[in-house]
Design a protein around this ligand. Structure first.
Ligand code: TGC
Ligand code: FAD
Length: 392
């Protein structure tokens, strides 16, 4: 079992911009992770299993719906707090952050924003404590970057709807109690439906053989003539903009989370480079290794500044989809590059599970693809600055 020696890195004194509450939230999350998750994460990663026993602890540090109002069981925190929690979780493992950001931004967020009062009362408090786990079904086998072409559909059958179709690559699916499912009605309009475990015809087969994000549960959502009560339709918004608005919130969390993964790789590489002696000197004394380390902390610091400002804009309700895309794309790409350089600094040890580097690197290959690929986020920036969509 590896001892978690991580210490934060704050090259530009960003902590001065945080409130005492922010620092308390971050430090509590970090302490819980070091005690409860770091000692077991490599083992669960190798077994390709999500450690379900950590769910109550994850809830207690604000991992589920930190910005959802307290009246619905959330913590009522601001967006910087949400970001700091995501950063600490992904510093440990992207799969841990995934579980949390899906529950918070892709399940609790749409129920809070677009749900009826009854739906909010029924689901949000249980999702906040982790008594319920949620999943979000947008992607289909033949429709990933282009979710507007989805074929999952529902028909009006009197007092209920009949839902048919399938969703693929769904985080939390094998263990979810409720799924927020996006499907087309008979007019081709996209709506959100709350599909609950136990509804006849609803199954959630697990996806095996993942070489990335192994400590997160991924699966399908399959609907074979599922009878969904009419009161389970999200009444507040329809159209593709409804799921895309949830993605804004989750992508924002990923922008923070990726910094956490990069910090962990940098932290490990810096320590290793000072301890590893070759040619009679620590390898940190060689210019080539210093170049790698200096560039890592420069890129991490730039991402921290970009993301803190995004957090301020998010708190003010002024962050745009395109600004969020820029941060998600930049930070995940940055983290992947940092992970690859850190791997080299560790030499052969870099491929061993005695260090977290390969796990972060493999995880980030999912993060760079989900919630909009690296290419799609570039095209969102391109559309924003030129006014011309180049998706189709
Ligand atoms: P387009 O014509 O641009 O837009 C359709 C309608 O949506 C509106 N809209 C938004 N509304 C709110 N928030 C946003 N961010 C919005 N973006 C667009 C838009 O105004 C329009 O409204 P209206 O009223 O005119 O109809 O749509 P398009 O079909 O051209 O597609 C655009 C594109 C490619 C950017 C979009 O489809 C996209 O983002 N694709 C990427 C798909 C994606 O990110 N999937 C993620 C699935 S969930 C996931 O990966 C979870 S991983 C979780 C984890 O484990 O952490
Ligand atoms: P495609 O859309 O087939 O893309 C393949 C390649 O083509 C990519 O490089 C892409 O950038 C490129 N491409 C596509 N369109 C264009 C274009 N217009 N211009 C230029 N290049 C283009 N989805 C959910 O709904 N819920 C979840 O919880 C969820 N969890 C996930 C967990 C994991 C571990 C993974 C790997 C995925 C998850 N996803 C989830 C799905 C994820 O959002 C999709 O994989 C992603 O949106 C990309 O879709 P795709 O895999 O079908 O790739």
């Amino acid at each position: 079992m590896r001892t978690d020696l991580y210490q934060g890195h704050d090259y530009y004194l960003m902590d001065d911009l945080l409130s005492d509450e922010h620092k308390l939230i971050r430090d509590s999350a970090r302490a819980w992770i070091k005690k409860e998750v770091s000692p077991i994460i490599e083992d669960y990663y190798e077994r390709a299993e999500f450690p379900k026993q950590i769910v109550p602890g994850l809830a207690s540090i604000g991992g589920f719906g930190p910005y959802i109002p307290e009246e619905y069981g959330g913590a009522g925190l601001d967006q910087i707090s949400y970001g700091l929690i995501m950063q600490e979780l992904e510093r440990c493992d992207s799969g841990l952050r995934s579980t949390s950001s899906v529950q918070s931004s892709l399940v609790m967020f749409p129920i809070w924003k677009y749900g009826s009062e009854e739906q909010k009362q029924k689901f949000l408090p249980k999702l906040a404590t982790g008594e319920f786990i949620g999943s979000f079904g947008l992607t289909e086998p033949d429709h990933g970057s282009d979710p507007g072409s989805m074929i999952t559909n529902f028909k009006d059958a009197g007092d209920h709807y009949i839902l048919n179709g399938a969703k693929m690559w769904i985080s939390n699916s094998p263990m979810c109690d409720v799924a927020v499912v996006w499907a087309k009605n008979e007019d081709g309009r996209i709506h959100g439906l709350l599909v609950e475990r136990g509804m006849e015809g609803f199954t959630t087969p697990e996806t095996h053989g993942k070489l990335s994000l192994r400590a997160s549960a991924t699966g399908e959502l399959v609907f074979d003539n599922v009878k969904v009560p009419k009161e389970n339709l999200l009444p507040g918004r329809s159209g593709l903009g409804a799921p895309l608005s949830c993605l804004d919130s989750a992508r924002y969390g990923i922008a923070w989370g990726a910094i956490g993964a990069a910090l962990d790789c940098y932290d490990s590489a810096l320590r290793y480079s000072k301890e590893r002696i070759q040619f009679g000197k620590p390898i940190a004394a060689f210019q080539l290794q210093q170049k790698k380390l200096a560039e890592m902390i420069t890129e991490i610091t730039k991402a921290q500044l970009l993301t803190f400002r995004l957090g301020q804009l998010k708190n003010e309700g002024r962050a745009t989809t395109a600004q969020i895309s820029m941060a998600k794309r930049n930070n995940v790409d940055m983290a992947l590059k940092v992970a690859r350089e850190a791997r080299q600094i560790h030499g052969g040890m870099g491929i061993s599970n005695e260090y977290p580097i390969m796990r972060h690197m493999a995880n980030l290959e999912s993060v760079v693809t989900y919630e909009g690929t690296h290419d799609i986020h570039l095209l969102i920036t391109g559309m924003d600055i030129t006014g011309i969509p180049a998706f189709k």
